[in-house]
Design a protein around this ligand. Structure first.
Ligand code: SAM
Length: 201
C-alpha cells in the first residue's frame, strides 16, 4: 500500500509495477524461484531462496547515496527485476540485473521491451562469473548467501573501481578494500534487515 501511495504518481513506475503484478499473478515469484531452482539445480539450493526489497527501502538507500544520473547500478541476483526498474525510472541509473533463473530474466526482458527502457539490462548468469567492474553502485540482497559465496564476492570486489558503493543486505562485506559509510535497518518482503552501505577505497 505504501508503495502505491509513494510511487504510483509516476506513470511509468505504476505501469511497470502493474505489469510485474500481472506477470506473476498466476504463478508468483516465490513459486517460480522454488520450482525453477529445484528443476535446474535438481535439489533445493538455499542461496536461491527468494525474497524482495520494497521500493521505499531502495529509495532510502539511493537517497543516501544521491547518485548522478547515468551511473551504473547492478543488482546481483535481481529476481523479477523490480529493483532495477525502480533504480532506472526513479533515479535514471543505467541498471543491470543478473540472475541465474531464466524465467526471471525472460520476463524482465519482456517488460523492459514493452516500455522501451533502453538503460535497463537483464543477464542470465551467475554473478560470481560476471565482470561487473564498470559498476558505480552494487546491490546484493545477500541474506541467504553462505560464507563461501560471501567470501568469493568480497574477493571479487577487489577489482571494482575506487568510490563504488556496495550495498549489502543482512551481511556486511568486510575487507580492507571497503569502508562502511552507513548502516540502516529497513523493511523487506521477509521482514526488517540490516543494510550495509560501503565504499571501495
Ligand atoms: C533474495 S532474492 C533478491 C531479489 C532482488 N534483488 C531484491 O532485492 O528484491 C535473490 C536472487 O538472487 C538469485 N541468485 C542467487 N545466487 C545467485 C548467483 N550466484 N548468480 C545469480 N543469481 C543468483 C536468486 O535466483 C534470487 O532471484
Amino acid at each position: 500500500m505504501i508503495e502505491v501511495l509513494k510511487f504510483y504518481s509516476d506513470p511509468l513506475l505504476r505501469k511497470v509495477d502493474i505489469e510485474l503484478f500481472k506477470t506473476y499473478a498466476f504463478k508468483d515469484q516465490f513459486t517460480v524461484s522454488a520450482e525453477e531452482s529445484m528443476d535446474i539445480f535438481s535439489l533445493e539450493k538455499e542461496e536461491l531462496t527468494y525474497g524482495e526489497a520494497i521500493w521505499s527501502s531502495i529509495d532510502q538507500i539511493l537517497k543516501f547515496i544521491n547518485p548522478d544520473k547515468d551511473m551504473v547500478f547492478y543488482d546481483l541476483g535481481c529476481g523479477t527485476g523490480r529493483v532495477c526498474f525502480f533504480a532506472n525510472i526513479k533515479y535514471h541509473l543505467k541498471a543491470y540485473g543478473i540472475d541465474l533463473l531464466p524465467t526471471f530474466i525472460n520476463n524482465a526482458e519482456k517488460i523492459k521491451n514493452k516500455f522501451s527502457l533502453e538503460d535497463v539490462h537483464f543477464i542470465k548468469n551467475n554473478w560470481l562469473n560476471f565482470d561487473f567492474s564498470n559498476a558505480d553502485i552494487i546491490y546484493v540482497a545477500g541474506t541467504c548467501l553462505n560464507d563461501e559465496t560471501l567470501s568469493e564476492l568480497t574477493n571479487k570486489l577487489k577489482s571494482i573501481k575506487k568510490n563504488t558503493y556496495v550495498i549489502s543486505v543482512s551481511n556486511e562485506l568486510k575487507s580492507e578494500d571497503l569502508s562502511l559509510v552507513k548502516s540502516m535497518y529497513l523493511p523487506f518482503s521477509w521482514g526488517r534487515a540490516n543494510v550495509f552501505i560501503s565504499i571501495k577505497n
